[in-house]
Design a protein around this ligand. Structure first.
Ligand code: HEC
Ligand code: HEC
Length: 373
C-alpha cells in the first residue's frame, strides 16, 4: 500500500534524524514535564489509574481497602507504595482492569459492579451461599409510600423551627467547644472545636503524642499533625468538611443544595426519621435524616466518588441542648468503613471572639513540644 510505504519512509527518515540528533551533544529532547495534577505525574508507578486526577489515588486506595477488609500493607511494603514486591498488588491491578471490563461489557454505569460487589469486606469472595442459622437479619419493613411523605420544604422548615428559628440561628456567629473524643485509642482524648458562620471550623484533637488538626475555611481545608507539615485537603475532602461546617450554622440550610427530595421514612435508633436526598450539580448527593417528631437532623451520609467506586461517611448527630435561644448538638459520631469516632462536648460557648487567622493553614509546622524533663 502506498500510504504504508510512505509512512515507513517517513519513519525511517524520523529515526535517521533522531540518530543524527543523538550524535550531537546536548541535543537530547527533555521529557515533557510531568503534570502533578495527574496520578502518574505525582506518583511513581501508576499503570491502571493513569489519566485520573492525582487526588483520586488515595481515596481509591481507601475504597479498595474497605472493599476487601484489609489494611494498606496487604498490598504495599511499608513507606514504598510504588514498589511491586507483593503479589497482592499485582492481583489488585488485574482485578481493577477486570472490573472495568465487566462494567464496560455489561452495564452503562462504570460503577455497577465494584470490588465490594464480589469481595464484601473479605480478600477471598464467597462462592457458596451462607446457611440460615436464625441469626441473619430480616429485611427492613417496606418504606412508606410516596403519597404519605411530607414535602422537602416542610421537613426543612420544621428543622429550622426545632433549632429555634432562622432568625435566632442567624444571630449566632461563632462557637467554641471543649469535649472528649472517643475512638482514636484506648482512652478518650480532649478535643477543642472552634467555628464561625461562613464555613470556618477548626477541630484540634489533643492526642498523647501530639495534636491532630482538621480545619476548613471558605477557600478549602487543611490537615495538621504535630511535627509534620500541614497538608491541603483534596477538593472532595474539603467538600465534606464544608458541608459539616455549614450545618453548624444552618439558618441557610435550604441554600446549601440545589435540590432536596424526600425519599423515605426510616428507623434510626428506634425512632422514625424522614430521609432527604440533597443534590448539587456534578457532586455525589448527600442524604439527611430528620427525626419525625423533634424535626432535628439526626444523621447525614456523604459520599466521595473515586475511579473505582464510592467512599461513604456517616455522621450521627445528637444530644441537642438549648443555648442562647437555639439548639446545639453536643454529640456527633463520624463513621467510615475504616473506623469511627465520637465527639462529646461538655462545654460550649457562643458569640465569643475567634480569630479568623486560626482557620488558615500555618506556613510551617508547629514545633514539637519539648519532652518533659
Ligand atoms: C488490594 C491491594 C491494595 C491495597 C489494600 C492498597 N493498595 Fe495502594 N495500590 C495498589 C495498586 C494496584 C496500585 C497501583 C495502581 C495503578 O497501577 O494504577 C497502588 C498504588 C498506590 C499508591 C501510588 C504509589 C506510587 O507512587 O505509584 C499509593 C500512594 C497507594 N497505593 C497508597 C495506598 C494506601 C494509603 C492504602 C491503604 C489505605 C493502599 N494503597 C491500599 C493496591 C493496593
Ligand atoms: C467479579 C468478582 C470480583 C470483582 C468485581 C473483584 N474481585 Fe478481586 N477477587 C475475586 C475472586 C473470585 C478472587 C479469588 C481468586 C483466587 O482465590 O484465586 C479475588 C481475589 C482478589 C485478590 C487476591 C486476594 C488474596 O487473598 O490473595 C485481590 C488483591 C483482589 N481480588 C482485589 C480486587 C480489587 C482491588 C477489586 C476492585 C478493583 C476486585 N478485586 C474486584 C473476584 C472479584
Amino acid at each position: 500500500m502506498p500510504t504504508r510505504a510512505l509512512a515507513s519512509i517517513a519513519a525511517a527518515f524520523v529515526s535517521l534524524v533522531s540518530l543524527v540528533a543523538a550524535a550531537e551533544p546536548a541535543a537530547a529532547p527533555a521529557p515533557p514535564p510531568a503534570d502533578p495534577s495527574k496520578a502518574e505525574g505525582r506518583f511513581k508507578n501508576i499503570q491502571v489509574l493513569k489519566g485520573y486526577p492525582a487526588d483520586d489515588v488515595v481515596p481509591s486506595m481507601q475504597f479498595i481497602s474497605a472493599s476487601l477488609g484489609v489494611d494498606c500493607d496487604f498490598c504495599h511494603v511499608e513507606r514504598a507504595p510504588e514498589k511491586d514486591d507483593k503479589k497482592e498488588k499485582g492481583t489488585a491491578r488485574k482485578m481493577m482492569a477486570m472490573t472495568q471490563a465487566i462494567n464496560k461489557e455489561n452495564f452503562d454505569n462504570p460503577h455497577e459492579v465494584t470490588c465490594v460487589s464480589c469481595h464484601r469486606g473479605a480478600p477471598k469472595p464467597a462462592v457458596i451461599p451462607a446457611i440460615d442459622t436464625g441469626e441473619r437479619p430480616h429485611s427492613e419493613p417496606a418504606a412508606a409510600k410516596t403519597a404519605e411523605l411530607p414535602a422537602a420544604s416542610a421537613v426543612l422548615d420544621k428543622y429550622l423551627q426545632a433549632l429555634g428559628g432562622a432568625d435566632a440561628l442567624s444571630k449566632i456567629a461563632s462557637r467554641t467547644q471543649k469535649g472528649k473524643l472517643t475512638g482514636f485509642g484506648p482512652e478518650p482524648v480532649p478535643v477543642d472545636v472552634a467555628s464561625k458562620a461562613g464555613l470556618k471550623r477548626l477541630t484540634t484533637v489533643h492526642n498523647p503524642h501530639g495534636e491532630n488538626i482538621t480545619a476548613v475555611n471558605e477557600h478549602g481545608g487543611w490537615l495538621g499533625n504535630t511535627g509534620r507539615p500541614p497538608r491541603d485537603m483534596t477538593s472532595a475532602e474539603s467538600d465534606g468538611a464544608h458541608l459539616d461546617a455549614a450545618l453548624l450554622y444552618p439558618s441557610d440550610v435550604k441554600k446549601l443544595f440545589k435540590e432536596f427530595e424526600v425519599k423515605s421514612v426510616d428507623t434510626i435508633d428506634g425512632r422514625k426519621a424522614t430521609k432527604l436526598v440533597a443534590k448539587n450539580e456534578d457532586k455525589p448527593p448527600a442524604e439527611l435524616w430528620f427525626d419525625e417528631q423533634s424535626g432535628l437532623l439526626v444523621r447525614m451520609m456523604r459520599y466521595v466518588d473515586t475511579p473505582l467506586g464510592t467512599n461513604p461517611t456517616q455522621v450521627d448527630i445528637g444530644d441537642y441542648r438549648d443555648a442562647d435561644g437555639v439548639k446545639v448538638p453536643f454529640r456527633w459520631t463520624v463513621a467510615r468503613p475504616s473506623g469511627h469516632f465520637t465527639i462529646q462536648i461538655d462545654d460550649s460557648r457562643q458569640n465569643v471572639p475567634v480569630d479568623d487567622a486560626s482557620f488558615e493553614k500555618p506556613a510551617a509546622p508547629p514545633p514539637p513540644s519539648p519532652p518533659p524533663s
